[in-house]
Write a protein that binds this ligand. Structure first.
Ligand code: MN
Length: 234
């Protein structure tokens, strides 16, 4: 895109599923930013002539609507799993939930004292802890004087305007969870850097949000054994 040039943004929906990888590559080649879903939805922003060229590539029958320039820093692929996530309820010296996202072959991990919530008004402290190996994702049982259960698990999609893992490095990451209990959009926002960085884990407002709910109280059972954590404690 020409430096300082005027930018245009467009939302488009192709009449049929698209090859998202190929379309993203084409969009990047045109200098465009935004995202594509395999279902055929596209958000593109950049030089007007480049947006028009991508639109032509989507073929006949595409529907379009004007969109605002959102400041994307990548042309990403949405709606595809980026990896797995797991939430392990852990009774150690202190009771907490370990929230883990697969990023680059490891499980990035946060200790969440109150556990995750589906209530967008609940901003849950999440203290970043050391990365974990994927091999531990299925573990449940006694551990030291305490115990662990797999409280939830599934896959997740990376979102946001910034590519991962840079989004995490910069302290603001948006993602969509496809778990048994946790579903829909979430954000992790770093509030304090340092040796043990502090973040907030926040449910985004979408169809999966449940204002006023308390999912860790309503659904205490393991998604592996069906048992609550207490069954594994002496
Ligand atoms: Mn833990």
């Amino acid at each position: 895109m020409s430096p300082g040039g005027r930018k245009k943004a467009l939302r488009a929906t192709a009449p049929a599923p698209v090859d998202a990888e190929a379309l993203a590559e084409q969009a990047r080649g045109l200098g465009l930013l935004g995202w594509v879903r395999p279902t055929g939805e596209v958000h593109a922003e950049g030089a007007p002539e480049a947006v028009e060229e991508l639109l032509r590539a989507l073929g006949d029958g595409v529907t379009t609507e004007a969109a605002r320039v959102e400041g994307h820093e990548q042309f990403g692929i949405r709606g595809v799993p980026a990896g797995v996530f797991v939430v392990q309820e852990h009774q150690a010296t202190a009771h907490h939930y370990d929230f883990r996202l697969e990023v680059g072959g490891v499980m990035r991990s946060w200790a969440v004292p109150k556990g995750p919530s589906l209530d967008p008004a609940a901003k849950r402290l999440a203290v970043q802890v050391e990365d974990h190996g994927l091999a531990h994702n299925d573990f449940e049982g006694g551990l030291g004087d305490g115990a662990v259960i797999v409280w939830d698990r599934g896959t997740y999609e990376q979102g946001g305007r910034v590519a991962w893992p840079e989004a995490l490095d910069r302290g603001h990451a948006v993602f969509v969870l496809h778990g048994e209990k946790l579903r829909g959009g979430f954000a992790l926002q770093r509030t304090r850097p340092g040796a043990k960085p502090q973040w907030l884990l926040i449910k985004r407002r979408d169809d999966e949000a449940r204002p006023g709910s308390d999912v860790v109280a309503e659904r205490p059972e393991s998604v592996v054994s069906g048992k609550p954590l207490g069954d594994f404690l002496d």
